[in-house]
Ligand binder design. Structure first.
Ligand SMILES: [Zn+2]
Length: 550
């Protein structure tokens, strides 16, 4: 903790020295910033399901400013880098969170990007979740910056997922909370200095959501009749639940997963619980009622689990957004009543998108394929054998390979003075590119070559830190899942379906309109800080967006 506090003090110094001035705003400075990230919400969902929205998403679309062409401008489109980017306004190459799991070249091992064995859980006994903190986040979050500007400001973060909550909260959050499926309690750690609130111990998911759990997840009848979605009986749609509704505890596919906590993780009810918890947090910690700005970040993670299991073209994803629309109406109504419409700004975005099921891409313009881990490993072994022969090596040329995360050459071979290291990397890249499911490869050599103009090179540069990550990154062809499971779908590429996310700002003086100019998720933090009157743009990779006011 001592070290962490020193790091935080260092940030405080940096923050104080960077803070140039505060701007007088013509509009009223909000008392609460609410930043919501719906995990895996693709940029096209707002328009795709629009006709069915009758609640909070409709309210946001009709009253907020929507940036229709918003993308993550980094290649590794996964949860940890997505949330770190949203919160800090800096690319993963600078915020230090380049992936969910990061490969360290010196140990040749991968670790959870937010792993921190020095911390302990508080407010709960025997929590078996991974120990994690924001210590590896190299930039301040929006909450950190707001608090450095005014120490009276409060900053809280909440999500089912630890990485979403921790990384959006940053270093100096009053507290970040995340979900423990075993107890169904929101938990936290001693990384945060304040006492753990007692009310949280009694606010349990299994009790708050008991009626929904008993009823099970049922498809709203409107969904099946409204959308031309594909049949939900293909066997790849077989994750936590069997393919077809109803989804309840007895329909889980995994006998060990028949518990309420995991049921909440895998249904819209988990995210409803998070929003209910967020309202309780506003109430009990008195957010948004003083003469300074507080920050609340909310990660809705069940959306990601449902999307992984059933895919973006499923009834389940459509039904999730139908229900989220209702949950957000309840949340916005609460904010309007408790905080007042003129006293908050709400931003909605996402940490990444998702690829369709390859099995369903005959409906798309570009037919994809699922490349199993076994097939991918066979191809890597075959490339390795060829290169060993070509370069007359006695050792493997490749020591690790993992789908989107890429391929690691054997540096023992590269450090052999008889082998030209550039030649070895080039050989591996050439053979990888010959695989019919790979469209490009990008190595650290490419990234460091200013004249390299390979596909997605800018996004690659924004995802890479020289100290970690596989040396050669693979970009699959559109609609291909490489080295993935037999079921479900995923994200993690620089392709449009993974980078395109929604971005909406709601505030009483923000004009309702749709903006088609390209925006990036690194623009969110500078835009919000500008809106609340803090001039602080020198550390960001993003730019403040031009919010058009009434
Ligand atoms: Zn995911």
């Amino acid at each position: 903790m001592y070290l962490i506090r020193i790091v935080n003090k260092f940030y405080a110094l940096v923050l104080a020295s960077c803070l140039s001035c505060t701007i007088k705003k013509e509009h009223q400075i909000p008392k609460l910033v609410v930043l919501i990230s719906v995990d895996q919400m693709r940029g096209d969902y707002m328009s795709r399901y629009r006709s069915d929205f009758n609640g909070g998403l409709k309210y946001l679309a009709e009253n907020g400013q929507s940036f229709l062409n918003t993308h993550h401008n980094h290649a590794n489109t996964s949860t940890a880098p997505g949330h770190a980017t949203i919160a800090t306004g800096c690319h993963p190459s600078n915020n230090g969170i380049t992936n969910n799991s990061i490969y360290y070249r010196n140990t040749q091992k991968s670790h959870y990007s937010i792993l921190d064995t020095s911390i302990n859980f508080v407010g709960i006994t025997n929590c078996t979740l991974p120990k994690s903190s924001a210590k590896n986040l190299l930039k301040p979050s929006i909450g950190d910056i707001v608090k450095s500007y005014n120490p009276k400001s409060k900053s809280y973060s909440v999500s089912l997922k630890d990485r979403a909550s921790i990384l959006m909260g940053g270093h100096d959050a009053n507290r970040a909370f995340w979900f423990d499926a075993t107890s169904t309690q929101m938990v936290s750690t001693d990384y945060y200095a304040e006492p753990f609130p007692d009310w949280v111990k009694n606010y349990l998911g299994k009790e708050v959501m008991a009626d929904d759990v008993a009823m099970g997840w049922l498809l709203h009848p409107k969904i099946r009749t409204t959308y031309d979605l594909y049949i939900d009986s293909i066997y790849q749609e077989n994750g936590f639940f069997k393919p077809k509704f109803p989804h309840n505890l007895t329909h889980s596919t995994n006998q060990n997963d028949k518990d309420v906590g995991n049921f909440l993780w895998n249904t819209p009810f988990g995210d409803h619980f998070v929003l209910k918890f967020a309202m309780k947090l506003i109430e009990n910690e008195n957010l948004g009622i003083s003469n300074h700005t507080d920050v609340l970040t909310v990660g809705l993670s069940a959306a990601d689990y449902i999307g992984h299991g059933f895919g973006p073209d499923s009834y389940e994803v459509a039904d999730y957004y139908y229900k989220l629309d209702q949950y957000l109406l309840e949340f916005i109504n609460y904010l309007n009543k408790k905080i007042g419409q003129e006293n908050y700004i709400l931003t909605l975005t996402s940490d990444h998108g998702v690829a369709p099921f390859p099995e369903l891409t005959h409906h798309h313009e570009s037919q994809g394929e699922r490349i199993s881990q076994q097939k991918f490993q066979q191809d890597i072994d075959s490339i390795d054998a060829t290169i060993q022969r070509e370069l007359n090596l006695n050792e493997p040329s490749i020591i690790a390979a993992s789908g989107y995360r890429g391929v690691e050459p054997n540096f023992k071979v590269i450090s052999n003075p008889d082998i030209d290291s550039v030649k070895l990397v080039n050989h591996i890249q050439k053979h990888l590119k010959n695989l019919d499911y790979i469209q490009e490869t990008v190595s650290f050599i490419d990234i460091n070559n200013p004249s390299c103009n390979k596909l997605f090179i800018e996004k690659m540069r924004n995802s890479y830190n020289p100290n970690y990550g596989y040396f050669i990154k693979i970009i699959g062809k559109k609609n291909y899942l490489i080295g993935y499971k037999y079921n479900g779908t995923t994200h993690g590429s620089p392709l449009c379906y993974d980078t395109h996310v929604p971005l909406l700002f709601l505030g009483t003086n923000i004009q309702s309109r749709q903006v088609k100019d390209t925006a990036y998720t690194v623009d969110i933090a500078p835009t919000l800080l500008d809106y609340i009157g803090i001039e602080y743009d020198r550390i960001f990779d993003g730019n403040k967006l031009n919010l058009i006011l009434k």
